[in-house]
Design a binder for this molecule. Structure first.
Ligand code: URA
Length: 239
């Protein structure tokens, strides 16, 4: 990994902003191998040096993982000439870390979106071989029935020939508009919308609630994010 600026290393834990880190260093609350650094720009190797804040060893994170409650209107991309991306919802400091969305939600889909700069684990989570369940709450125009649930369970072939594996459909309410939880083990383009459209019940609203063992944090308002906790990261690594 090599030496990096101390303020960057400490801020990468997500507990303090770079500005707060500068304050911690100035106040003498940070020690590197037992000695106070001369400045926030001083370099250290986070995997070799013992860095403490108020006497507590730093839980250094090589990679950043963020849970975002995505609002409608943002593209799941890192750059797009045509409009705002989910990266625009993060502060500059995080944008500079090279984060990218783990999979895609449509522009009008809301809810749980992970962002990271850890390519390997992100790739594994998305790989069809790993069968990470994704749970969505869908509202449809039209009444969902048990026949739709059976069609989802059996898997279906879409009009363009795309084969969708068995998926879960749990009806929460059925009426002129219906609400259901949809569980997918794969992530084909517009999959929830296309499967429900094929049943003649087009999606009018879609939100992702869960990905593997990670549930959208109910305390996050739309557009807000937080860092994953150590426990959540551990669970992701052992999915
Ligand atoms: N399926 C969709 O149709 N849209 C999404 O954003 C995610 C899953």
């Amino acid at each position: 990994m090599g030496a990096q600026r101390l303020d960057k290393i400490i801020a990468s834990t997500g507990r303090w902003s770079r500005r707060e880190v500068k304050g911690l260093i100035r106040q003498g609350r940070v020690l590197v191998d037992g000695l106070p650094p001369r400045s926030p720009e001083e370099k250290a190797d986070p995997e070799q040096a013992e860095i403490t804040v108020d006497g507590e060893a730093l839980a250094y994170r090589r990679y950043t993982w963020v849970m975002l409650n995505k609002p409608a209107g943002y593209l799941s991309a890192t750059e797009d000439g045509r409009g705002a991306t989910v990266l625009d919802l993060l502060p500059q400091e995080l944008q500079r870390r090279g984060l990218f969305p783990v999979g895609r939600l449509d522009k009008d889909t809301e809810g749980l979106l992970l962002l990271t700069n850890e390519g390997g684990l992100a790739h594994d989570l998305l790989s069809p071989r790993h069968h990470v369940d994704k749970v969505y709450r869908a509202r449809t125009a039209g009444r969902l029935t048990e026949v739709d649930c059976r069609a989802f369970a059996e898997g279906m072939t879409l009009e363009d020939g795309t084969v969708c594996q068995s998926a879960g459909l749990e009806i929460l309410s059925a009426g002129e508009e219906s609400e259901a939880l949809v569980t997918l083990r794969e992530g084909k383009f517009h999959q929830v919308k296309r499967m429900l459209a094929q049943r003649g019940k087009p999606v009018v609203y879609l939100e992702r609630l869960r990905m593997g063992n990670l549930t959208l944090d109910g305390a996050l308002e739309r557009g807000q994010f937080r860092f994953l906790t150590e426990e959540e990261l551990e669970a992701l690594r052992n999915f």
